[in-house]
Design a binder for this molecule. Structure first.
Ligand SMILES: Nc1ncnc2c1ncn2[C@@H]1O[C@H](COP(=O)(O)OP(=O)(O)OP(=O)(O)O)[C@@H](O)[C@H]1O
Length: 228
């Protein structure tokens, strides 16, 4: 569904992603684990097309590295940025509708409100008045409105209460089942990643330093990378 080969991203003269290669399979959830400043956000911004990169990005069999962000969205990639970034002065409904643009549809699919019933109840409220957890649900709902095949989530648990984090993991697993999509998530919260990931990669100083899948995921080993 999505793969990169020797991906490199720089800010000016300074390279911060040093040749990352990975693959995300059909309906697979991949968690990219790493401490602050290791390059997770930079990697995600280059995948969606906000930052330029060198190397290759393949999306559903097509090279998209030189495509604009909106073209990648039209081809099935959606992005939930770190910090959620909902439109605070628009209503919940208007925020979700913003995600419909790529599909040409006018009506918000009911399954989005089924996944996030609280958003149905609050659909006429301004997004700025929602709690952090509700805004995170809204940002995911907006991304789902674009009908993605691959959903990118940058640190979705940041600033969210533990009970809501658990619920978010359950919802992401539900989304994968219902929509049959692939999910790539960057994280520092190991319990959350363990609840959703089929595969985990560890990013350290702009490089993948560890990878494990399924029963081979060793939480203790990964937590050492996160705490060093
Ligand atoms: N706009 C920028 N200009 C220059 N350097 C930057 C810029 N944004 C990030 N960096 C640097 O790139 C490196 C990777 O940062 P990035 O934000 O991608 O890490 P991260 O793993 O997402 O961390 P965090 O969880 O804190 O967001 C860091 O050294 C950071 O200082």
């Amino acid at each position: 569904m999505l793969s990169t080969k020797d991906l490199r991203v720089s800010y000016g003269m300074s390279e911060v992603i040093h040749g990352i290669s990975f693959e995300v399979g059909d309906t697979e959830t991949v968690a990219i684990m790493g401490r602050n400043g290791m390059g997770k956000t930079t990697l995600f911004k280059s995948l969606i097309g906000i930052l330029e990169c060198k190397g290759e990005i393949m999306l559903r069999g097509e090279s998209v590295g030189s495509r604009q962000a909106y073209e990648r969205v039209a081809r099935g990639l959606a992005y939930v940025p770190q910090g959620r970034l909902v439109f605070a002065t628009l209503t919940v409904e208007e925020n979700i509708a913003a995600g419909l643009e790529a599909t040409g549809r006018r009506k918000i699919p009911e399954d989005i409100y089924d996944l996030f019933p609280v958003l149905r109840d609050m659909r006429r409220r301004k997004a700025g008045n929602l709690s952090g957890g509700q805004q995170q649900q809204l940002a995911i709902a907006r991304a789902l409105a674009a009908d993605p095949k691959v959903l990118l989530l940058d640190e979705p648990t940041e600033g969210i209460q533990p009970s809501i984090i658990k619920q978010l993991a359950t919802t992401l697993n539900e989304i994968k089942q219902l929509r049959k999509i692939s999910i790539v998530v960057s994280e520092q919260v190991l319990s959350f990643a363990t609840a959703i990931a089929d595969r985990m990669l560890v990013i350290d100083k702009g490089q993948i330093v560890h990878e494990a899948a399924g029963a081979d995921i060793d939480a203790q080993q990964i937590s050492r990378y996160l705490t060093v």
